[in-house]
Design a protein around this ligand. Structure first.
Ligand SMILES: NC(=O)c1ccc[n+]([C@@H]2O[C@H](COP(=O)([O-])OP(=O)(O)OC[C@H]3O[C@@H](n4cnc5c(N)ncnc54)[C@H](O)[C@@H]3O)[C@@H](O)[C@H]2O)c1
Length: 264
């Protein structure tokens, strides 16, 4: 009999994944923290233990479907084969003019941000299916609202995440599996540390990893009204909420707005 709720998080060693792991640990969840950064995972496990929480951590490269399947099987050995929350968080960002970003770097972005999410969804399904009212959280981004210059491939991967979230939310409704995505704008993490684009200059970087972690927990455990309206996408922060509203404008106007904000 599993005694606690469980959450499996990819890219948990740093940034949003780490803040999310610690936040779920404080709430009493058994945390599965996985990443390619094993040093970061070790300190995460120590921090969770010092909070009095429980963590299972291990190496995982999300681009490897076999390793994803093995890690999920190992983690759910601790939970009687159940999984309450699956968080597809691992991601990378490359910025600059499209033609200036090395092709290998762009393909790697697709491998991690898009294929990595497919791997996570596929491997987690049997454990989610075996659990009452489970939730999948996919990290999309405000760049899934309108294609973003200077991060074109990244933005396209987040449209992929948006699409697969919408599709599986409908498809897996029959199993009572909620599939949702988070849409933060720029967050202050290692990912954005040295990033300078038209939109970082005009909009700034105002969100913290903890802001996103808190939004994830709130989305996983929503109040009744949100449950009733079945919200699928969760903009994080005031700026993203405004951008999400702009997504309802005619496309020609969205293009002009995005061009202006990007300083182009
Ligand atoms: N930081 C932002 O501005 C921002 C905004 C919107 C969405 N997001 C999304 O949030 C997620 C987390 O971003 P972050 O800002 O915390 O980034 P981060 O760089 O701080 O952390 C990402 C983590 O993912 C891990 N990782 C990288 N490649 C991996 C792989 N192949 N397999 C497993 N783990 C891997 C890294 O080791 C790192 O620990 C990403 O999906 C990102 O696209 C970030």
């Amino acid at each position: 009999m599993p005694v606690t709720r469980s959450v499996f998080i990819t890219g948990a060693a740093a940034g949003i994944g780490r803040a999310t792991a610690l936040t779920f640990a404080r709430k009493g969840y058994l945390v599965g923290g996985y990443d390619i950064d094993e040093v970061g995972l070790k300190s995460l496990a120590g921090e969770i233990e010092s909070l009095g929480g429980r963590a299972v951590t291990g190496h995982l490269d999300v681009t490897d479907p076999d390793e994803m399947a093995r890690r999920l099987a190992e983690f759910t050995d601790n939970t009687d084969g159940r999984l309450n929350v699956m968080i597809n968080n691992a991601g990378i960002l490359r910025t600059g003019r499209f033609e200036d970003i090395d092709i290998a770097a762009q393909l790697k972005e697709i491998d991690i941000n898009a294929k990595g999410v497919v791997n996570g969804l596929y491997a987690a399904f049997p454990y989610l299916r075996a659990t009452p009212r489970p939730v999948v959280v996919n990290l999309a981004s405000a760049s899934a609202i309108y294609g973003q210059p200077e991060l074109a491939t990244y933005s396209a991967t987040k449209f992929f995440v948006r699409g697969i979230t919408e599709a599986l939310d409908i498809e897996w409704d029959r199993y009572d599996i909620r599939v949702i995505s988070m849409w933060p704008l720029y967050v202050s993490t290692a990912m954005t540390e040295n990033v300078k684009t038209g939109t970082t200059e005009s909009l700034g970087i105002h969100l913290t990893a903890q802001d996103v972690a808190d939004a994830i927990v709130a989305a996983v455990e929503p109040p009744l009204l949100r449950r009733i309206i079945h919200q699928v996408h969760f903009p994080v922060g005031r700026q993203t909420k405004a951008s999400a509203l702009s997504g309802r404008l005619p496309l020609w106007l969205q293009r002009l707005l995005n061009k202006r904000v990007a300083g182009m």
